[in-house]
Design a protein around this ligand. Structure first.
Ligand code: PGA
Length: 246
C-alpha cells in the first residue's frame, strides 16, 4: 500500500505529527508504542504534552518502549533516558518508558532481554520513527538487514557527527537498538521528518531503491506507513512526485 505522506508547514509539524499519531493509535485498546528521540520529535512531544494537559488526549493506556539508546552514561543529558525524562515523563499520566539498560554488564544480553520484553507485550502496535542523515532507523545503520533484531551496534561516523554537538568528547561509539525486524513488524509506522538537511534522505527512503544501504527504504514495503514531513524535508520528494505525474 502506498504511504500516506503528509506535507505540512514547519509551524504545523508538531500538531500534524500528533494528529497522525492519535489516528494510528486509535484502533488499539492498549497500544504498545515505540518512541523516537532526537531533535525531530521535539514539536511532536510538545503538542502531545499540551493536548494531554488540556484533557484532549490520554496516554493512560499506552505502553511505551524506547527504540534505541546510546551506549554512554545513562544519566548523561544527551542519553535517550534523559530525553524521555524531559519530554515524556513530564506528560500527565504517561507510563514509564521501557528502556535499554546501558549499565548492564553484558550489553548483547541486554538487547535480547529488551526484545523479549517487547515480544511478551505483543510487539509494537505503533512505532514513531525519525530518520538519520544516512538513512538509519533507530540505530540500524546502513548495512543493516531487514531481518536484523535487537542488538548492540557500532555507530557510523555520520551518526556520531550528529550526536557530537550534544555529547562532545563523550560521543558514544555504540548503541543498543531494536532491529529492523521488530520495527518493520509494527502494525502502524509513523515517520517524522523535518528540516532541509533531511530532504535528500527522505526522497531516498521513499523513492529510492529498497536496500540495506538506506535502512529507511524498507519502509516502502510497510503495509501501514504514515509520513509527516515539513516543507523543507519534503522538497525533493514533492519535486520528484510532480515530475513523475507530469
Ligand atoms: P534527529 O535524529 O531527529 O536528531 O535528526 C533522527 C534519527 O537519527 O533518527
Amino acid at each position: 500500500m502506498a504511504a500516506d505522506v503528509r506535507v505540512v508547514s514547519r509551524d504545523h509539524f508538531g500538531t500534524a505529527s500528533l494528529t497522525a499519531f492519535l489516528e494510528l493509535m486509535a484502533p488499539f485498546a492498549s497500544p504498545v508504542v515505540g518512541l523516537a528521540t532526537g531533535n525531530t520529535p521535539g514539536p511532536f512531544y510538545a503538542s502531545l504534552h499540551r493536548e494531554v494537559g488540556h484533557g484532549r488526549a490520554s496516554l493512560a493506556d499506552l505502553r511505551p518502549f524506547a527504540i534505541d539508546e546510546y551506549v554512554g552514561r545513562a544519566d548523561h543529558p544527551c542519553s535517550n533516558r534523559e530525553f524521555f525524562a524531559r519530554h515524556w515523563d513530564t506528560i500527565p499520566g504517561a507510563r514509564a518508558v521501557h528502556q535499554f539498560e546501558v549499565t548492564a554488564t553484558d550489553l548483547a544480553a541486554e538487547a535480547v532481554r529488551f526484545a523479549a520484553l517487547l515480544e511478551a507485550a505483543g510487539g509494537l502496535d505503533v512505532v514513531v520513527l525519525g530518520i538519520g542523515l544516512n538513512g538509519h532507523l533507530a540505530f540500524n545503520e546502513p548495512g543493516s538487514a531487514s531481518d536484523s533484531v535487537s542488538r548492540l551496534t557500532a555507530l557510523t561516523e555520520t551518526t556520531r557527527e550528529s550526536a557530537r554537538p550534544c555529547w562532545g568528547d563523550a560521543t558514544p561509539t555504540h548503541g543498543l537498538t531494536l532491529g529492523l525486524a521488530e520495527i518493520l513488524e509494527a502494525r502502524r509506522a509513523l515517520l517524522l521528518v523535518n528540516g532541509a538537511a533531511k530532504a535528500a534522505v527522505l526522497h531516498r527512503a521513499l523513492a529510492g531503491p529498497v536496500s540495506s544501504e538506506c535502512p529507511a527504504s524498507f519502509l516502502q514495503e510497510h503495509p501501514a506507513l504514515t509520513v509527516v514531513a515539513d516543507d523543507a524535508a519534503a522538497a525533493c520528494w514533492v519535486q520528484s512526485s510532480r515530475e513523475a505525474s507530469d
